[in-house]
Design a protein around this ligand. Sequence first.
Ligand SMILES: C[S@@+](CC[C@H](N)C(=O)[O-])C[C@H]1O[C@@H](n2cnc3c(N)ncnc32)[C@H](O)[C@@H]1O
Length: 520
Amino acid sequence: MAPRTPTSTADSARAADPARAAALEVLEAVRTRDAYANLLLPRVLRDRGLSGRDAAFTTELCYGTLRGLGTYDAIIAACVDRELDAVDPVVLDALRIGAHQLLAMDVPPHAAVSTSVDLVRSVSNEGASRFANAILRRVGQGDLQAWIKRIAPDPQDDPEGFLTVSRSHPRWIVSALWDSLQAHRGAERAHKDIGDLLDADNARPGVTLVTRPGLAQVGDLTELGALAGRYSPYAAYLAGGDPGALAPVREGRAGVQDEGSQLVANALAMAPLEGRDEWWLDMCAGPGGKAALLAGLALERGASLLANEIAPHRAELVRRALRGYGDRLVGAEAVAGTRVEAATSAGIEAEPDAELEAEFVDSEGDGGEGGAEVTLPGTGTLQVIAADGIRAPWQPGSFDRVMLDAPCTGLGALRRRPESRWRRGPEDLERLTRVQRRLLSSALDSVRPGGLVAYVTCSPHLEETRDVVRQVVKARRDVERVDARPLLPGVPDLGGGPDVQLWPHLHGTDAMYLTLLRRS
Ligand SMILES: C[S@@+](CC[C@H](N)C(=O)[O-])C[C@H]1O[C@@H](n2cnc3c(N)ncnc32)[C@H](O)[C@@H]1O
């Protein structure tokens, strides 16, 4: 294929159908700049003046294509007479968008092909557009099921291989999710459920709202058309529209938060505790979803919350998430002398209220003493600081309840971040689990004897959940496990305990994990 003319996709694709050109721009940015589709897309839509049905169509093109990429690439590969690596990447992106329309959307086949060919012509040359035409015509010769039957391994011989191709997940993730389902639900149920779990990852999640205790009630949201949540007393589901347009969200009295996140934060707050209950810590708080819920629950009982986050720009997001509590918020500071490494989470300023969690940990703290530089906030107040939780800058044993929502692979939130499954690799685990173990040890040191630590991840991977907890608990004599299941009343299918693993296909939440530990 002749090289394409060296113009940027964003400019040249403007000549093509605007919705499809916008989708191509997002896909190229995801591929070349590691952009996050959920953050970039709103800007691209604004920039190109797309709204209403066009914006919804573009969103489906972007998210659907990114989620289905594994399946679409396998199908395209079967239609191309060369390795996919040898195809111009931007042409391949356009083919993926075309394949999604042909195989998963109600777009008439001739429109899917001709608009994709136009798209390729707008960013490349005549030869490339003829190539795209030929490939997409071949793709359109079968429906999705027929293609899967043709190209995926036999499910009896290679069940993981079959799911990898048919459900568009990398094989290592299929394997990890299956292992976790098996550990929590038993082999038979895991075998039955794994397809449903992967399907749930591929479905667009609804928007769940959370009320901030003391500032709003679920009724304030149902009055505006939302539906009361199933499990969390603070949750409401939004049928459609922009959550930011709702007054309670705009005013910081409500936010956007997955119901699983609400349930685990509430479980920590509700767990029975003997003795003092005045000082709460959220150790890895950015961008502040759980901190905002914990803040309201703490203030309701006269307790104080210290919200800590290693990355100063994410600590600022925590402050914004707590803004509804007005003058109860007593200040934010970067702790002097604490080595704070910047966490990578591009563009988070775009969505201060969203349930947007860090993609990666960056703390390489050496685990040394942090020094007790932080004085606890006054009674009934909230404070945000930017510090490394591994080198905790507060006195050991200061807190009564500690939330450790650890940085993780995010394998439990794949449905929310359509591209993330293609960015992760099993090689991420070693670094992450090392930091998770250090943070958990530090959390246990930070809580007083008798106090509680919630270890939470938005990943069900056994190495990040069960194994981290086992290793840390085994190395100490002062920790006992608490059955967390009764702290999620009314939530079915919580498995054998004492920890809790939520699942998108069973609970409609992210696959959030919770272990509750008491320091003896
Ligand atoms: C899973 S997110 C927390 C999400 C948050 N609890 C919420 O509900 O909005 C993990 C956070 O931990 C932060 N982090 C990573 N390493 C840390 C460390 N050593 N100390 C404190 N925070 C850290 C990341 O920057 C990220 O913001």
